[in-house]
Write a protein that binds this ligand. Structure first.
Ligand SMILES: Nc1ncnc2c1ncn2[C@@H]1O[C@H](COP(=O)(O)OP(=O)(O)OP(=O)(O)O)[C@@H](O)[C@H]1O
Ligand SMILES: [Mg+2]
Length: 235
């Protein structure tokens, strides 16, 4: 389980996160939703130690993550798929996956077969440069690159960005299956509140760096005030 307690992050005078606390249960999807600038990316970056909090704690199954390096946190089993996907365009699918496998313990061929089973389209295009992939394929590659290291926690930053609704629905289904079959703990950051609420058990709503709501996704989805004030969702 990931437990965040009293987390604050500032960029100079900008308080991106203020006193954020929540828990993400093992083997389930926790959605983190909120408008542009709410602090969603900052939260994931703090978990991976890409930014240093000014206060607060982050625990992974009782191990304190604050103070550890990004490499050590990855080795402890935290996979991070950044906003914008971050695949290397000049590399082929297979080469990108080879990079992802660097800090895993498994043999590359076993990991590769596993990812190709999960995302068959990547196998068909394994020699294709990532720069020529569609948005959906690129997102699959970014996820496969994180998964090949066999993480226990997967941080996903706006996986649905720029994808067609059908592709998003397919991706969300895969995320859900991963949680169930591999006991993966997923923190899913989305501006697309509806699809994130559909796939998650639990949701945290961020507003200007603070937790505006923390509840079962079903409750958040049916709360008219939250929908109206924080999620910008039409009736
Ligand atoms: N490197 C940085 N330097 C200064 N300010 C930053 C930096 N990164 C983020 N911020 C500020 O911190 C706040 C939170 O940003 P963050 O990227 O976490 O939001 P977000 O919820 O992910 O937004 P979006 O939905 O647009 O991706 C914003 O006000 C942003 O301008
Ligand atoms: Mg963001």
């Amino acid at each position: 389980m990931i437990r965040v307690t009293g987390l604050s992050v500032s960029y100079g005078a900008v308080h991106a996160l203020r006193d954020v606390s929540f828990e993400a249960a093992t083997g389930s999807v926790t959605a983190v939703i909120g408008a542009n600038g709410a602090g969603k990316t900052t939260l994931l970056r703090a978990i991976s130690a890409l930014v240093r909090p000014t206060a607060g704690e982050i625990d992974l199954d009782g191990t304190r993550l604050v103070g550890k390096s990004t490499e050590n946190i990855a080795r402890l089993g935290v996979g991070h798929v950044p906003e914008g996907r971050g695949v290397i365009e000049e590399f082929t699918i297979e080469e990108n996956l080879r990079l992802g496998a660097l800090h895993g313990n498994e043999s590359f061929s076993v990991g590769l077969a596993d990812q190709f089973e999960l995302f068959p389209v990547l196998e068909e295009r394994r020699k294709q440069h990532a720069g020529t992939l569609s948005g959906g394929e690129r997102q699959m590659l970014a996820m496969a690159r994180a998964l090949i290291a066999r993480p226990s926690v997967l941080l996903l930053d706006e996986p649905s960005l720029g994808l067609a609704p059908l592709v998003t629905a397919e991706l969300m289904k895969t995320i859900k299956e991963l949680c169930e079959t591999r006991k993966l703990t997923v923190i899913l950051v989305e501006q697309n509140a509806m699809s994130a609420l559909r796939v998650s058990e639990h949701a945290v709503v961020l507003h200007l760096g603070r937790v505006a709501a923390d509840d079962r996704s079903e409750v958040v989805a049916n709360d008219e005030n939250l929908r109206h004030y924080y999620l910008g969702m039409a009736e």
